[in-house]
Each structure stands twice: as C-alpha cells, then as structure tokens.
Write a protein that binds this ligand. Structure first.
Ligand code: MN3
Length: 254
C-alpha cells in the first residue's frame, strides 16, 4: 500500500530522473573529442617566433588565433579526412597536393581544402619576420625589376591582386616551370603548387588574417604586410627554385 511518504518519494525520483537522465545520456553519448581526433600523419608546425613578433603590423591576438586555431584546424581536418586511407596517409603534403585528382572522390574536397590550408599557412609563417621589409636580395630584385618594371611596380601589382581577391583566398609571387616570376591569385585554400608553380611567398587575405586589427580595411593590412616580409627566406626559395626540377601535377603527367 502506498503511504503518503512513498508517493512523495516516487514522485520526486520520477521528477529527478526526468530532469537528469536525458542530460546524463547526452553526456554519455558525446565522444571525448581529443581521443577521437586522429593525431597524424600531419602535425602543426610551431610558429617559430613570438605571437607579438610582427607588432604593430600584424597583432599578437590575430597571430595566436590564426596559427593555433585556424592552421591547427586545417591540420586536424586533413588528418580526419585521411583516417583509414593508408595509401594517401603515407604521402607527403606536396605529393597529396600534386595528386588531388586521384584522391578518392569521397574525401577529395576535404583533402584539397585542408592540405592547401596546411601547405599555404606553413609557408606563410616562414616568409614573415620581425624587422622584415628590407627588400629582396640583388638577384631577386633584378628579376622583379625585369618582370614588373620596378620593385615598386611589383609591390603595386601584388597589392592590386591581393585587394582584388573576391572573398577568401591568397595572392602570390610564384616561379613558373620555365623560371619566370608571376603574380597569381588562388581562391579558398587552393595552392599554386597544384598548377605546377612554386610559391615564393603569398599574402593571406582571408578575413581571419586581418579582421581583428584592420576590420574591412584589407588594403591597409596589405600595406602593413610588406613591412614584415622575410626577404631572406623568399630570396632563398627563389635561388633554390631556379635550379630545382619543375614539379608536375600527377594528373597532368598521365
Ligand atoms: Mn589564414
């Protein structure tokens, strides 16, 4: 026979179960994120300098979020896309990018976006430096003057290209297979490597690269960007690119 006390107890338990059980079941069904995220084959390279190294041209908070969150997400999502794909997981980043057309269609777009994001950003950090902006060495300077009339002419053309990227993307100084310097744009995280060119350096014009400090003023960010170009690294890439055999996208080779 139900006493009044028992009725209250049952009623209370029922209410508690009604409130807490769905939440507890929800918690139990949520997999722990770190354990389920693949840890390889790719890893986030360290920035290589302090977050505030490029102040006041590129602010510390932007560098931290850009590297630790945005670049990290490309690496994590690339690893996720490659999970269970032994053949493709064994490839280098460059090999993956050059063979995108042969990557299984179910993961091709994820691999394209995230391998590009990882490749473009890994290069981006290396080509920036505190006290940059001193200008290219004599070999690259001569080549830029020959191709674009003057160094200022080159800066103007690259700036115009970067300003004109519609939406998110990049503007690049690249070396073609015939060793000519060209300015080009890529949408999203597409790479110039995929079309057979060697990127010497690029300007990231995704809003995440400048919005905290420059908001909608992309041209101001581009102007500031030229103050932190690591020309030593760009010079070195140019010198090595001149003697390196050209890369060929695998799809173009067959
Ligand atoms: Mn970016």
């Amino acid at each position: 026979m139900l006493t009044r006390r028992n009725v209250i107890r049952v009623g209370l338990l029922g209410t508690l179960a009604g409130v807490y059980l769905p939440q507890m079941q929800g918690l139990a069904q949520t997999p722990p994120a770190p354990a389920s995220a693949p840890t390889g084959p790719f890893t986030l390279p360290p920035l290589g300098y302090a977050y505030d190294a490029l102040e006041p041209f590129i602010d510390s908070e932007t560098m931290k979020i850009h590297h630790d969150k945005h670049h990290a997400a490309y690496v994590n999502n690339l690893n996720k896309a490659l999970a269970g794909q032994a053949e493709w997981s064994a490839k280098s980043l460059e090999e993956l990018i050059l063979a995108l057309d042969r990557v299984p269609e179910s993961i091709r777009m994820a691999v394209r976006n995230n391998s590009g994001g990882h490749y473009n950003h890994s290069l981006f950090w290396k080509t920036l430096a505190k006290n940059g902006g001193k200008g290219p060495g004599s070999d690259l300077k001569k080549a830029l003057e020959k191709t674009f009339k003057s160094f200022d002419g080159f800066k103007e053309q690259l700036s115009t290209a970067a300003t004109g990227v519609f939406g998110s993307g990049w503007a690049w100084l690249s070396l073609t297979p015939t060793k000519e310097l060209v300015i080009e744009k890529t949408p999203n995280q597409d790479t110039v490597l995929a079309s057979g060119n060697l990127p010497l350096f690029g300007i990231d014009v995704w809003e995440h690269a400048y919005y905290l400090k420059y908001q909608n003023r992309r041209p101001d960010y581009i102007k500031a960007f030229f103050e932190v170009v690591n020309w030593e690294v760009v010079d070195d890439r140019y010198a090595k690119g001149l003697v390196a055999p050209s890369v060929k996208p695998m799809s173009a080779a067959v």
